[in-house]
Design a binder for this molecule. Structure first.
Ligand SMILES: Nc1ccn([C@@H]2O[C@H](COP(=O)(O)OP(=O)(O)OP(=O)(O)O)[C@@H](O)[C@H]2O)c(=O)n1
Ligand SMILES: C[C@](O)(CO)[C@H](O)COP(=O)(O)O
Length: 234
């Protein structure tokens, strides 16, 4: 158990259309963030967890931390105005002995402990990686409403988290982004921009990012299926 995990959880959930951070919405019997944290706590690899949050969510987040087993330290870190800024704050708050880091969206609450463990193992042999799955649809590049390209699907993967990196490389890429005003939607994109290799680790088809009301309904369905197949096994 040596791995440090940062969880960006400082969003507002605009696309969910809720009146508060979507990570506080109930999913079956507990908040979305609690599912994410429980999977991370159950992972054998993870030793330390930092959660980036907006200060107005601190009391609710603290209550979630109190609910779950305190077998692993969980630290609250102030989030930023974007996911990128929240991650950068997280990187600056890691303990001094940390040289590699996993980053996982609070909103990806269906990731399994096995996925975290597989990602930690990847981080021992790679400078940077992301969990991803091959895309199933044909993807179109569009200008206005006119298709301008149909990229070969064999080369397209849908990016997920966890994403993992050597800390110094990722911090330097974030600093360069600040200097040059780059805005990206995941950390891998920053490493790509500075010319460093980022590899793929097989993700999970069920590791969706809960973004809309429909995603919430799908997540509930998947969790109930998991629970009934676990009952059948025991
Ligand atoms: N300023 C921000 C914005 C987002 N996130 C986190 O980044 C993850 C992925 O972002 P997304 O799913 O887009 O969440 P929201 O920003 O909350 O959603 P929306 O874009 O619909 O407002 C989420 O766990 C979210 O909490 C963050 O830590 N800090
Ligand atoms: C990091 C990510 O989950 C990979 O798919 C995604 O890019 C987050 O993007 P969002 O715009 O913050 O939803």
């Amino acid at each position: 158990m040596t791995c440090h995990l940062l969880i960006p959880a400082a969003g507002s959930g605009k696309r969910m259309g809720a009146d508060r951070n979507k990570l506080l919405l109930p999913l079956i019997d507990k908040p979305i963030l609690q599912w994410t944290l429980e999977a991370a706590i159950a992972s054998e690899a993870i030793a330390w967890i930092g959660v980036m949050a907006q200060p107005h969510d601190y009391p609710d987040f603290q209550q979630i931390f109190n609910e779950i087993s305190q077998l692993k330290p969980i630290r609250l870190i102030q989030g930023g105005a974007t996911r990128q800024a929240s991650v950068f704050n997280g990187l600056k708050s890691l303990p001094a002995d940390c040289d590699r880091v996993l980053i996982h969206d609070g909103a990806r609450c269906l990731a399994t402990p096995e996925l975290f463990d597989r990602c930690d193992a990847a981080l021992q042999r790679m400078q940077g990686f992301i969990a991803a799955v091959p895309v199933k649809d044909t993807i179109k590049v569009v200008d206005g409403l006119t298709i301008v390209d149909t990229p070969n699907r064999d080369r397209l993967w849908a990016a997920q988290t966890p994403q993992g990196f050597h800390l110094e490389a990722l911090k330097n890429a974030h600093l360069k982004a600040l200097e040059l005003g780059w805005e990206v939607t995941d950390d891998a994109a920053l490493l790509e921009k500075v010319g460093l290799a980022v590899q793929i680790v097989m993700g999970e088809e069920t590791n969706l990012k809960v973004t809309t009301q429909q995603d919430l309904a799908i997540a509930e369905f998947i969790l109930k299926q998991r629970s009934s197949s676990n009952k059948l096994k025991s």
